[in-house]
Structures are given as structure tokens and as C-alpha cells.
Ligand binder design. Structure first.
Ligand code: PRP
Length: 215
């Protein structure tokens, strides 16, 4: 088995007809802002469901209208860390499941010439050391932004990190998996490659611009 295949085998790639249909809507050049947001929101919900599926639970005792019984609560704090801007598009879907999740923000954009991330903002809540940190960004292209964001969170003491993306290039997956083997990756699609401008092919263009209507 090739090294790339070994890496891909460790990535959670969502296989679901609704996701496949919605990815087609997102990829389609003629899709407008409203439809793009709606399709991305549906996929984000499914990504969140898979990203949260093995959360630790603690037992509680609850009283139903009939009797006492065992219940449970989620036994970890959840910190969502969107990479601005486009990462914001994945936040609400997670909050819909975890209403008290904290949200930290990391601002970075990719320089159009060098393709390297440029940091411009950070604001993190307490609790990243002990909680589950979900770094979210719809695009994993070269992996430079994710690498920077995950490295930053590790420097802040985070030791339980997952990375959630919508669409990933094999190059970015390889970079993150090799550098951070402890970080699990959940994505809705693994595309073919990067082009010479480091855009994902076939991809969907620039997720941030399409989601925020800035094209
Ligand atoms: C895009 C995207 C990722 C990054 C991916 O951000 O949202 O953050 O590029 O590329 P990489 O894996 O090669 O680093 P962009 O610079 O377009 O900023 P935006 O989120 O503000 O649109």
C-alpha cells in the first residue's frame, strides 16, 4: 500500500448521499450565495455529527415522570476554533449539538503569491488544555493554515485536537497527518490534487468568498 493511501485510510471521509448531493451543489459554479450557504450548513451538521460521535460521557441519575434512571452528560468541554474567515461557516452546526461550546478565533489568510498563511488575529477562551479542541476550516489545500493553527493550539497547551474540513487535497492531508499524527481529521471529500495556484482541483473555488458573497 502506498504511503498516501495509508494516510488517507486514517482520515474520516463522510460517505453519505446527502453529502454527495450537497457537494455537487457547492462545486457548481452557478450556485448562488443562498443555496451555497444552505448546502454547506447541511454538510456541516453531518461533519459535526461524525466529529462528535465518540465524545466521553459521564453517568448521571435523572428522574423521568415515572422513575429514577441512569442518564448521561458529555464529559468534556468543547472548544471550537474556526480559522477565519471561512471556518466560521462550520461553527453553528457544532453549536447546535453543543450549546455551551466555547469558540476561539484564529485569523489568518493565505498569501496569494507565496501560498503561506499570514496570521492577523487570535482570541482564545480558557480551557484549551483540558478540553476537546475542534479546529475548523472548510478548505485544506496545502495545509499551511491548518498546520499553523494546530501548531498554535498545541503551543497554547491543547492536547486533544481534531481538524474538521469540508474538502481536502491529498497534499494537505499528508502534511497534517505526518506532522500531527495525534490529530484526527474529518472531511466530506478528498479531491484529486492542487493546481499551480495551490487551489484544490476540482474543488469549489474559494469557500470563504462564496459563503460570504465577496466574489
Ligand atoms: C483559504 C481557506 C483556508 C486556506 C486553505 O483561506 O479558507 O483557510 O485558504 O489553504 P491552505 O491549506 O493552503 O493554507 P483564505 O486565504 O481564502 O481566507 P478566507 O478564509 O478569509 O477566505
Amino acid at each position: 500500500m502506498s504511503k498516501r493511501q495509508e494516510i488517507l485510510d486514517k482520515v474520516t471521509v463522510i460517505d453519505h448521499p446527502v453529502v454527495a448531493r450537497d457537494l455537487s451543489i457547492l462545486r457548481d459554479n452557478t450556485t448562488g450565495t443562498a443555496e451555497f450557504r444552505a448546502a454547506l450548513g447541511r454538510i456541516a451538521t453531518i461533519l459535526a455529527y461524525f466529529a462528535l460521535k465518540d465524545l466521553p460521557l459521564r453517568e448521571t441519575i435523572i428522574e423521568t415522570p415515572i422513575t429514577k434512571t441512569e442518564g448521561c452528560e458529555i464529559d468534556t468541554e468543547i472548544i471550537i476554533v474556526p480559522i477565519l474567515r471561512a471556518g466560521l461557516s462550520l461553527v453553528d452546526a457544532i453549536i447546535n449539538f453543543i450549546l455551551d461550546a466555547k469558540v476561539g478565533h484564529l485569523g489568518m489568510y493565505r498569501d496569494e503569491e507565496t501560498h503561506e498563511p499570514v496570521d492577523y488575529y487570535s482570541n482564545l477562551p480558557d480551557g484549551v488544555k483540558d478540553g476537546l479542541v475542534l479546529v475548523v476550516d472548510p478548505m485544506l489545500a496545502t495545509g499551511g493554515s491548518a498546520d499553523d493553527a494546530i501548531g498554535f493550539m498545541k503551543n497554547q497547551g491543547a492536547n486533544n485536537i481534531r481538524f474538521i474540513s469540508l474538502i481536502a487535497a491529498p497534499e494537505g492531508l499528508e502534511r497534517i497527518s505526518e506532522k500531527y499524527p495525534d490529530v484526527s481529521i474529518i472531511t466530506a471529500a478528498v479531491d484529486e490534487k492542487l493546481n499551480s495556484d495551490a487551489f484544490i482541483v476540482p474543488g469549489l473555488g474559494d469557500a470563504g468568498d462564496r459563503y460570504f458573497g465577496t466574489t
